[in-house]
Design a binder for this molecule. Sequence first.
Ligand code: FAD
Length: 317
Amino acid sequence: MANVLVFTELHDGHVKPVTLEILGKLAGQSADVAVIGDIGADQVAELAKFGAQNVHKIKGANLDKYSPEGYTNALADFIKSKSYDYVFAGATSMGKDFLPRLASKFDAGLASDVTNFTMDGGVFAGTRPFFSGKCLAKVEITGPKPHFVSIRPNALGMTANPTAGAGAAADAAGNAGEIRAMIKEIVKAASTKTDLTEANIIVTGGRAMKNAENFKILEQMADVLGATVGASRAAVDSGFAPHAMQVGQTGKTVAPSLYIACGVSGAIQHLAGMRTSKVIVAINTDPDAPIFTKADYGIVGDLFQIVPVMTEEFKKL
Ligand code: FAD
């Protein structure tokens, strides 16, 4: 059995779902959770349900807002005071930013953007996509411990941990150390929708949307489904949608349960960001569009006719 620390990020005071995915998958290991800042008893209870033994709330000056240096310094100090074999975090924007820095502080190995793993005998063995998802590599980490692992959100799925953890919450002093670049203000995006990287359902529009106004039909479908709207790079470059909505190699990597691609051709760079989606539905007028080679369900037709009809049908469910 391995001693594991799972770092959890907060979103509006709630732990990010990828933390629960990781904890569920760590069933059989001894798993603690670290959070920078405070979380409520209900959040601690949720973590315990998924197997968290101890929940360490790391608090200190200059840790109220995320900074890569502050978080790295505080977590490094904390980890040094314990004896963890592995440190896990979500491969979110934040996780991708600070986890390599943290691993380098320990001169330790990092497996990043892992989509599945086993812990047989307490030893990590993971899988991660390479070359835009064209091949899957098996990854192991050697060298000094702790070893560091980041997990792609939505990739593992929520598996309940059969054994609840103690969920013992305690404060720990955090030292942010010297911070050379500090975030002064965080301006929230207008959208209240789930971030693309964590969305369970995504409706994406491509160049065929023609303009920003037409994205409304995707928003309407997304509202009915509880989905988040994404865009191809062609749609973003054409000014139909902001870059934050871009899915693909130079956008966001997503792994929702359902991905509905509307008027997206399926270029390799787009597939790179969404090919690990569980179910892919494509709507395209061109029966030879490459997206159909990856789609589980394909509809050959005009999205402007099909999307409103689908929205009306979804409303009946
Ligand atoms: P198109 O390829 O023009 O496809 C539009 C599709 O809509 C066509 O298949 C057409 O048949 C269909 N269509 C037209 N009208 C209708 C209609 N009425 N109803 C239904 N279907 C219709 N792309 C990304 O998406 N994400 C990235 O992160 C990304 N990164 C890149 C990085 C690099 C280095 C490079 C070189 C390229 C990158 N690209 C990326 C761009 C990528 O190569 C494609 O150009 C882009 O994905 C095409 O977007 P699209 O499918 O919306 O447009």
